[in-house]
Ligand binder design. Structure first.
Ligand SMILES: Cc1cc2nc3c(=O)[nH]c(=O)nc-3n(C[C@H](O)[C@H](O)[C@H](O)COP(=O)(O)OP(=O)(O)OC[C@H]3O[C@@H](n4cnc5c(N)ncnc54)[C@H](O)[C@@H]3O)c2cc1C
Length: 384
């Protein structure tokens, strides 16, 4: 019997695993991390490398290790160059990923790793049974669900009416799109946020003056995707006093700087536009279909269309716990998201992190900072 099982080995699952082991709540041999991929962080690494992200948006104290200064120390020790950007010391992706690998080696994650998809979580007398790939059952006393919305791809409604070769139209995070090798110019990138910005910059280098960024509204520049006040008591104290989860949801929606980009990406895009390497078009949602159809007609070569239109925000992973929800063991708010305790327990010995914990952690919940908050809360329960 395992003491702990974490479902999902992304940044969240790995942050929780690291915290549990380094705070001596458990050991690598008593912990299992079950994930669909061969190795930790595969979704994170493939998405960020695909769009050519060079630096993270978050500061250097946000990473998967316990000590906030661990990443800065690692950078010094490894003599990394071009390590941090700007006043918030945002780490390069290369440094961040190297540090993750180093931390995960130090907790011997390979001993805990099980490849597979959890289909169902069943409650037994004093433990949980996880049905993996419909073929095996893995037992554990405590379970953490660390799944994300990152595979719930959002496309605009009008896409259904778009005719043409579907091979030329992709959501950028579609798993069928392994790399950008097959993408043929001209390219139109649709989206307003940071993914669209990174992708435009990357493709402008490959196809200069053959890339168009189509945005539904003008650039909004913000350093972070929510105000740093959400990292601590400034906003969180009042948020957690609210007993109405509908109000909490509304606050989260307002607090997220959706569709915003950092100042340095904004400057790079304007520079590319001024030197005519890219074209930027503002086209409202209602006019996008018409615009694309016209654009398709006018171009002799069939254009490639890349959607950088984000994710559906429906609560993820519910199919695993459908029975527990229907028999009333797991509470849901009106928005369909879990109502959990202050230590992120959805019911005794079943914990959540990431989007599933956002009604407790607040707007930062899906981010790396949210993973750190979640890890602290879960560990606190077993160390105090
Ligand atoms: C391009 C990009 C850049 C970002 N940059 C930043 C940044 O700079 N700073 C920041 O704080 N945040 C950033 N984020 C947001 C966030 O931190 C990342 O999305 C992060 O990867 C989320 O981690 P996660 O573990 O929740 O999800 P994921 O990385 O998606 O990991 C979840 C894992 O769970 C597995 N899984 C799901 N269901 C099951 C199941 N039933 N059984 C077994 N395994 C399952 C999946 O296969 C996956 O491996 C960024 C996001 C993106 C997309």
């Amino acid at each position: 019997m395992n003491e702990w099982i974490i479902i999902g080995g992304g940044l969240h699952g790995c942050t929780i695993a690291t915290a549990l082991i380094k705070n001596h709540v458990t050991t690598a041999s008593d912990l299992k991390v079950i994930d669909e991929h061969d190795e930790p962080l595969m979704e994170w690494k493939s998405k960020t490398s695909l769009i050519g992200m060079e630096f993270l948006r978050s500061p250097s104290v946000h990473h998967i290790d316990v000590d906030p200064y661990s990443l800065q120390r690692y950078a010094r020790k490894q003599h990394f160059r071009e390590t941090f950007l700007g006043q918030y010391k945002r780490p390069s992706l290369e440094l961040f990923n190297d540090h993750c690998d180093d931390v995960l080696r130090s907790i011997n994650i390979s001993q805990s790793w099980i490849k597979g998809k959890v289909r169902k979580i069943e409650k037994c007398d004093n433990h949980w049974e996880l049905h993996v790939d419909n073929s095996k059952v893995i037992k554990g006393r405590k379970v953490v669900i660390a799944v994300s919305i990152n595979t719930q791809l959002h496309m605009p409604e009008w896409v259904k009416e778009l005719k043409g070769n579907p091979l030329n139209q992709f959501h950028i995070y579609d798993n069928n799109l392994k790399d950008l090798e097959g993408i043929k110019p001209p390219v139109v990138i649709i989206g307003n946020g940071i993914t669209a910005a990174h992708l435009t910059i990357k493709l402008a280098k490959v196809f200069p003056d053959k890339v168009m960024l189509m945005m539904k509204s003008d650039f909004k520049v913000k350093d972070f995707d929510s105000d740093p006040g959400w990292l601590g008591p400034k906003y969180l104290n009042d948020f957690r006093k609210l007993s109405c989860y509908k109000k909490r949801r509304n606050i989260i929606k307002k607090a997220r700087n959706k569709g915003t980009i950092t100042g340095e990406l904004f400057r790079q895009l304007r520079k590319l536009e001024n030197s005519r390497k890219i074209e930027i078009r503002l086209v409202t949602n209602e006019n996008q279909l018409h615009f694309i159809k016209k654009w398709q007609k006018e171009n002799q070569e069939p254009p490639s269309i890349l959607f950088a239109t984000g994710f559906n925000s429906a609560s993820p992973g519910k199919e695993m716990v459908a029975d527990l929800i229907s028999n009333g063991e797991l509470a849901l708010s009106e928005c369909g998201y879990p109502i959990v305790s202050s230590s992120l327990e959805w019911c005794p010995n079943l914990y959540v992190t990431g989007p599933l914990a956002e009604l407790e952690i607040g707007p930062i919940s899906r981010n790396i900072a949210g993973a750190r908050h979640a890890a602290e809360k879960i560990v606190y329960k077993y160390t105090h």
